[in-house]
Design a protein around this ligand. Structure first.
Ligand SMILES: *[C@@H]1O[C@H](CO)[C@@H](O)[C@H](O)[C@H]1NC(C)=O
Ligand SMILES: *[C@@H]1O[C@H](CO)[C@@H](O)[C@H](O)[C@H]1NC(C)=O
Ligand SMILES: *[C@@H]1O[C@H](CO)[C@@H](O)[C@H](O)[C@H]1NC(C)=O
Length: 633
């Protein structure tokens, strides 16, 4: 389990900045670029309500070397949800007796040991204020008690203060604005007037020299909008972030005075898209901030229909359990695939030949074999290969390369290709693979192409450990055949040349991770027949920062997660070799779609549109984004 350390770090580094301020960018419409101010190092703190409270805890624990303290209203311990929405809405909200604090403390220490979060020793001198309304039925007091217990293992007890006695429901506590105190019923915008200036109380506890001021001390013009896009690689929506955030910058801070920085995380249904700037204006920070020279950053989440309909901060994993990028060696990425995954692997290899070093193909055919027609896919590209027009497909390849839809084919010359076809395959007959060999031979140096078309296998991924009987044409789900042939090793060895053999037993089960694919498909993977979840195998050394290679393995039809769970990802024959040789294996997952793709095949005939097989193909580009994420440094 890892935190979004790199991405979150962007926030803080940009926001902390150093002295000096550029002028507001007057050339763009909409929100301006976030400026830098003269921020005191070591004087930054966070707070949050509800999902923002869980976020504030995550942020505090992850960046404890940078943060001085945290104010938490209605939240719970670090990784309370353990990556699952089901736990988020049960244990971490209403059944706190089930929160395993000791285990979460261990997880925290292990994350710190791996370097995913800062050393927990920084927390000792941190200052923490905990607020829980006595009438809160959404995140009940027991959850905050567990948080208290969690923090107490790291933070000196005299540094933790709490108020659990205010008769408030679930909301941000104010002394100026909001709904009635004393009732469990709270509605939007979830700010409650309990005559309790929680912003002041938290900041005073964290900094201890704060002068009281109420919201009226706020100067409305000092609340600025800023452009959040630049902090999310231009695509904030992919991780459910709004394009625009708010920041309150006191007059003195705008003039260059040394100021503190506080980050306030709103709760679910409290983002800009839902209530505008109400949280940023009325949460109770800006008046105190104006008087005490504290810049208050209000980053804004946006709703995402499928993954995050209420606009909550991610504290259960809708942006994926791993956000970590790894130390991936450039130029050492390869692909392989079986059946529809084989056609996909060929497409991916030919389209992205500038970055894909080699391909292992089991039971597939040439680039654009189906030429956009399902009828051709299931005829010439499966059992009547004599009709595959290799010359035409090569001409098409050149046209696409010339127009930039795919990388120049000259990259393929030094690529390495391994082709496997079972002699008893009656689904994609060996003749289709022969056509693929003919196709590749036009581009790839002949000594770089190796084939094995002599194993008496039917239609399946070949293994030496797992699967159905070799020697027969009859193969059923999960389409893995034990032919005493370690195809994963054989392909990787041919592509890389220096691979040490290991069998599937060398796999470490915990290193096979699930991740959220939605973020790579604009939040709607189902629209392009992709699953919400994918798998990635990350060898221990790669998790520890070793330089690693990256391989993408595309499953066949009827082999995705919705059909066989993780069987292909576990038994496809890659992970043991990967563990021993430091290769990260990405297993993107297709989902079946009753109308366009009932068997859950990769798109190699056009159900996502005519550009299905080139760089901007909807599945192709999504997988490329996954690859970029894993490899980004
Ligand atoms: C909580 O705040 C209320 C209102 O300010 C105060 O009366 C009460 O003493 C506080 N409780 C604790 C435990 O600090
Ligand atoms: C916000 O930033 C992004 C990425 O830096 C940029 O492409 C976009 O034009 C900016 N938007 C505005 C309104 O300035
Ligand atoms: C294919 O693999 C089998 C099993 O390892 C081996 O006996 C055979 O020689 C290989 N054929 C080729 C052409 O490499």
């Amino acid at each position: 389990m890892k935190m979004a350390k790199l991405r979150l770090l962007l926030w803080i580094s940009l926001a902390l900045g150093s002295t000096g301020s550029s002028s507001v960018d007057g050339h763009t419409e909409g929100a301006a670029k976030l400026e830098s101010y003269n921020v005191d190092a070591g004087e930054t703190s966070v707070s949050g309500l509800s999902s923002g409270a869980f976020m504030a805890v995550q942020f505090h624990v992850s960046f404890s070397s940078t943060l001085k303290g945290a104010g938490i209203t209605a939240g719970g311990p670090f990784y309370c949800a353990e990556g699952l929405i089901s736990i988020a809405v049960s244990s971490c909200a209403v059944t706190p007796a089930l929160i395993p604090v000791a285990q979460l403390v261990l997880l925290t220490k292990s994350d710190a040991a791996y370097g995913f979060i800062d050393s927990t020793s920084y927390l000792e001198n941190s200052r923490v204020f905990l607020i829980s309304g006595a009438k809160d039925t959404v995140v009940v007091q027991g959850v905050m008690e567990k948080l208290d217990e969690y923090y107490s293992t790291f933070v000196k007890s005299e540094n933790i203060a709490r108020n659990f006695s205010i008769p408030a429901g679930h909301g941000q506590l104010s002394n100026v604005y909001g709904s009635k105190c004393g009732t469990a019923t709270v509605s939007s915008p979830y700010i409650i007037n309990c005559d309790y200036p929680s912003g002041f109380v938290m900041l005073q506890h964290i900094y201890s020299d704060i002068t009281y001021a109420d919201d009226n001390a706020m100067i409305p013009e000092n609340l600025l909008e800023f452009n959040q896009s630049e902090f999310f690689a231009g695509f904030p929506g992919l991780v459910s972030m709004d394009t625009t955030g708010y920041v309150y910058v006191p007059t003195q801070c705008q003039k260059g005075s040394a100021c503190r920085l506080h980050i306030a995380f709103h709760g679910c249904r409290q983002g800009r898209g839902t209530i505008g700037d109400v949280f940023a204006v009325h949460a109770g920070y800006n008046g105190v901030a104006e008087m005490n020279n504290i810049i208050v950053l209000y980053p804004q989440v946006v709703k995402s229909t499928l993954t995050n309909p209420y606009g909550c901060w991610d504290w259960w994993g809708y942006t994926g359990p791993f956000y970590e990028s790894y130390n991936v060696v450039a130029g050492e990425t390869s692909v392989s695939g079986f059946s529809s995954g084989a056609f996909m692997a060929v497409q991916f290899h030919v389209s992205f030949s500038s970055i894909v070093k080699g391909a292992g193909i089991t039971a597939g055919g040439p680039f654009y074999c189906a030429d956009g027609y399902f009828s051709l896919a299931i005829t010439r590209c499966t059992f009547s290969p004599i009709f595959i027009p290799v010359d035409y497909l090569m001409a098409l390849t050149e046209t696409y390369a010339t127009s930039g839809l795919i990388d120049p084919t000259s990259n393929l010359e030094s690529s390495r290709v391994f082709l496997i076809s079972g002699t008893k395959d009656i689904v994609v007959v060996p003749g289709v693979m022969t056509k693929l060999e003919e196709y590749y031979s036009n581009y790839v140096k002949s000594e770089n192409i190796e084939i094995n078309f002599s194993i008496p296998a039917g239609h399946g991924q070949l293994s030496n450990m797992y699967g159905s009987n070799c020697g027969t044409s009859i193969v059923t789900a999960p389409y893995i055949i034990n032919c005493d042939y370690p195809s994963g090793f054989v392909m990787l060895q041919h592509i890389y040349g220096d691979i040490t053999y290991a069998d599937d037993n060398a796999m470490i089960p915990e290193n096979l991770l699930e991740f959220d694919q939605s973020q790579f498909f604009s939040g709607f993977p189902g629209l392009v027949s992709m699953d919400t979840i994918g798998y990635v195998y990350v060898p221990t050394q790669c998790q520890n920062g070793a330089a690693c290679r990256l391989h993408i393995a595309f499953h066949g039809c009827l082999q995705g997660r919705g059909m066989v769970g993780d069987v292909f990802a576990v038994h496809g024959g890659y992970n043991g070799v990967a563990e021993i040789n430091n290769i990260i294996v990405l297993y993107p997952q297709v989902a079946s779609n009753i109308l366009i793709n009932p068997y859950g095949c990769w798109d190699w005939w056009g159900y996502t549109g005519p550009l299905y097989g080139v760089k901007e193909g909807l599945q192709m580009a999504g997988v490329k984004r996954m690859l970029d994420r894993i490899a980004q440094s």
